[in-house]
Design a protein around this ligand. Sequence first.
Ligand SMILES: Nc1ncnc2c1ncn2[C@@H]1O[C@H](COP(=O)(O)OP(=O)(O)OP(=O)(O)O)[C@@H](O)[C@H]1O
Length: 629
Amino acid sequence: MATGNINVTAENIFPIIKKFLYSDHEIFLRELISNATDATLKLKHLSTLGEIKGDIGNPIIEIKIDKENKEIRIIDQGVGMTGEEVEKYINQVAFSGAEEFVEKYKDKVEDSGIIGHFGLGFYSSFMVASKVEIFTKSFAEDSKAVRWECDGSPQYTLEEIERGERGTEIVLHIDDESLEFLEDSKINELLNKYNKFMPIPIKFGTREETLPLPKDAKEGAEPEKITVDNIVNNPNPAWTKKPTELKDDDYTSFYRELYPMQFEDPLFHIHLNVDHPFNLTGILYFPKLSKSVDPLKDKIQLYQNQVFVTDNVEGIVPDFLQMLRGVIDSPDIPLNVSRSYLQADGAVKKISGYITRKVADKLISLFKNDRKSFEDRWDDIKVIIEYGMLSEDKFFEKSDKFALYPTVDKEYFTFSELEEKIKPAQTDKDNKLIVLYASDVKTQHSYIDAAKDKGYEVLLLDSPIVSHLIQKLEGSKENIQFVRVDADHIDNLIKKDEDKISKLSDEEKETLKPIIENAIPKETYTVQLEAMDSNANPFIITQPEFMRRMKEMQATGGGGMMGMGNFPEMYNLVVNTNNELVSEILNTKTSKKQERLIKQAFDLARLSQNLLKGEELTNFIKRSFQMIK
Ligand SMILES: Nc1ncnc2c1ncn2[C@@H]1O[C@H](COP(=O)(O)OP(=O)(O)OP(=O)(O)O)[C@@H](O)[C@H]1O
């Protein structure tokens, strides 16, 4: 038997580690299972190279709990270690790795930006154990099995033992603060969180399986039950397979495996697979977004070689795609770094760019191959796409090929189709193409109707970020302008050269304007006299495009003109000088009656814009009843 001192300079490295990773103690199991997996994969590799004679069978990893003796065992059938290897890899490599880790991060415990996930390896067992034993036998012929033991001080013992089978068994003597890890439920939870898709089968206990009854079974015969290993993981998850090996159903069932509590099928998936200049595989899903979708739950999961790392993919996946679900697996993402470093890292930037490109390409192909079903899903995916168009220039460029602009009648155009379609009727006198849109079919009904009567197309753009998006579209395309249908009266929305003749003379207009101004709250409403169609309403309320859009942009964050958000609401009251009622108002002799007519017409105009509320609405209704009595 040999004893010795582990080659670490900081004697008190254990307490530092314990404290440092206090909240992350549970990762010990993932680290030890990762080592066991590596050892098993190495064995398989050596076997395929012909360096191991005989059949290696189907090696598995087993986790055992002995509650009475407060032990957890992690057992593998991998390459094992010789005595020298234990000296080298455990006493030197493992511990020096841990020491380096502490050196590097001891001042940064407070830096919540650190993704404190990897890097501790075998050493992390001391976060939960007061004593650790290793029983191991190398695959190498004639090698002797050894037992290593360490109680958390830098001293260890190493001795030869009798052990028949190849592989490694780690025994953790759980300390009194960590007894929760002796519960089956806790271990199950951890296995499910970190090891669900690891590449070597992991056994935790056994379970009963009921065999199907044989065909010739007698009536009332009991089916036979057998006890089988309880394998907790799926060693071959969908993302590790080639897209050609998978059908749509396989993608859907993998989605269920990832998110067992999700009952809605995903809309479509994107299989990621690249090995140059970085290595990355994965599957992303566009979920069906419903009101009940909780963005904090069921997020994209990041794996490294099938080991779960985190579901916080900030900085790795572009912001606009964080609403997607699925898995990405890449060994090339540095994890022991702060988020700001991560965002500046070249490899990570490339990964983020690659994901954006793949998503755009998938959208293009879906659009091309089955436009009808793409249109049907548009409402579910538009928020993600519009957000992407706003935040990623590369995505914006590609979006021309698939971004859709639906009309109020549910016809879907790409931007170039829309341009073609509306060019003849919606080009104004300055040769500008005016795109009309509504944000709410119900409240803007009369304006939409008026525009449709003129033969105009009206888009329905109702997402919360639409004001930002149209601002961007106007900036990037030439000679176009978006105008909401209620931004002005119909003849002014798209200004043509034709001058309408006004029934009222200029003097009559000058007399009328102050009369109307005095009867309405003129700080909110600007009176604008216009010669319109005699059939158009006498009073119409509009809200100028620019002002409204700036206010909306400020309300949804960013953009807009500084301070605009605090401006009071401003409207125009458009008075149609060709409508008979307006002549009647002008010709009414008594000012009381005149005022009554103006107020009633003004309230009706406000009512159609949903602007008449509270006491004013009550008074209007009372007054209207009086009138028809
Ligand atoms: N179950 C095992 N079977 C065989 N060798 C092992 C086993 N566990 C650990 N080792 C050896 O000990 C070494 C050190 O392990 P440790 O977990 O500290 O670091 P690592 O696995 O190399 O890196 P990481 O810090 O990423 O986990 C391993 O590289 C391996 O050679």
